[in-house]
Design a protein around this ligand. Structure first.
Ligand code: SPV
Ligand code: MG
Length: 317
């Protein structure tokens, strides 16, 4: 386990700028990069500690972890609060799932300004309607008007306060049952509107439409994918050969924690004791080490007086 010092004072404006530059480099690199999902400060730190070079702040996972649905039940402000913990806890760049931008171009650009203030590296906005619905629910979800969405992308780009901040345009045409041609036309329009990368989403199990898209796209700008449904059908090497820039593992940490919590909870409930589950748990000492409690002891020695201060004097009466 790494034991970096995670003071929030590491995250000054200089560090914020370099996180966006790191994300830009990841997107532009010719080799396949990976973003791993996180949904709070702890999961973000685990993603960094394991060695991933970037984080996907998943809307689905953040809302699930808060116990609500991925239907914009969590407000932009609540997402920003969560993302603030994640950004403060890590040094690697974060791409925030901005859903549809929480409204029109004006809501989206305000969200971008706030993300830049937090030192977030990138936002992904999708061409659907507010309130959004998770892509894996139902069929034929309505799409945003192409020109309206292009204006939203341009507004986001015009509002970023860090030159390297990346706006990723997510194309939902394939998920909504439209043609490859429609998806390509939209992606090209979004690229021309200023998008730094295109996220082509698909919910098919065979991954074929994503590979077909990548072939036609021909590396016009970086392509991002999330193989939640088609991870079995296509190996990551094939994505790399197809010219895909970045792969997002979008929700595995949230689903892993839900599974682990339920298993432990059920066993404790059933057996009326915790001894059976102890071996499946992280030791308390590991929690202290991971969150660097030692640093607080060192700081306390530096900043608190060694001896108790004398009692304050009163006015003589
Ligand atoms: C998310 O992780 O919230 C996403 C990706 O938007 S997906 O759930 O695949 O739509
Ligand atoms: Mg989402």
């Amino acid at each position: 386990m790494r034991n970096d010092n995670h003071h929030s004072d590491h995250h000054d404006n200089q560090a914020a700028a370099s996180k966006a530059a790191m994300m830009r480099a990841l997107l532009l690199s010719p080799s396949l990069g990976f973003l791993m999902e996180a949904h709070n400060g702890l999961s973000a730190r685990i993603v960094e500690d394991v060695g991933f070079s970037g984080i996907w702040a998943s809307g689905f996972s953040i809302s699930t972890a808060l116990g609500v649905r991925d239907s914009n039940e969590v407000s932009a402000g609540e997402v920003l609060d969560t993302v603030a913990y994640m950004a403060d806890a890590t040094h690697i760049p974060i791409m925030v799932d901005g859903d549809t931008g929480y409204g029109n171009f004006n809501n989206a650009r305000r969200f971008v300004r706030q993300l830049c203030r937090l030192g977030v590296a990138a936002v992904c906005i999708e061409d659907k309607l507010f309130p959004k619905t998770n892509s894996f629910l139902g069929e034929c979800q309505p799409l945003a008007d192409t020109d309206e969405f292009c204006g939203k992308i341009t507004a986001c780009k015009d509002s970023q306060t860090d030159d390297d901040f990346c706006v990723v345009a997510r194309v939902e045409a394939l998920v909504s049952g439209y043609s490859l041609g429609e998806a390509l036309d939209r992606a090209e329009a979004y690229r021309r509107a200023g998008a730094d990368a295109v996220f082509i989403h698909s919910k098919r199990k065979d991954g074929k439409e994503v590979l077909a898209f990548a072939k036609e796209w021909g590396r016009r700008c970086p392509l991002v994918i999330t193989p939640t449904t088609y991870h079995r059908a296509v190996g990551v090497d094939s994505f790399e050969r197809a010219g895909i820039s970045t792969l997002i593992w979008a929700n595995q940490n949230m689903r892993a924690s839900m599974h682990a919590m339920r298993e432990v909870c059920e066993e404790v409930f059933r057996n009326r004791r915790v001894s059976d589950v102890e071996q499946a748990l992280v030791p308390v000492k590991e929690v202290f080490d991971f969150l660097d409690y030692d640093e607080l002891d060192d700081a306390s020695r530096r900043y608190l007086p060694a001896e108790p201060t004398r009692a304050p004097r009163r006015n003589a009466s």
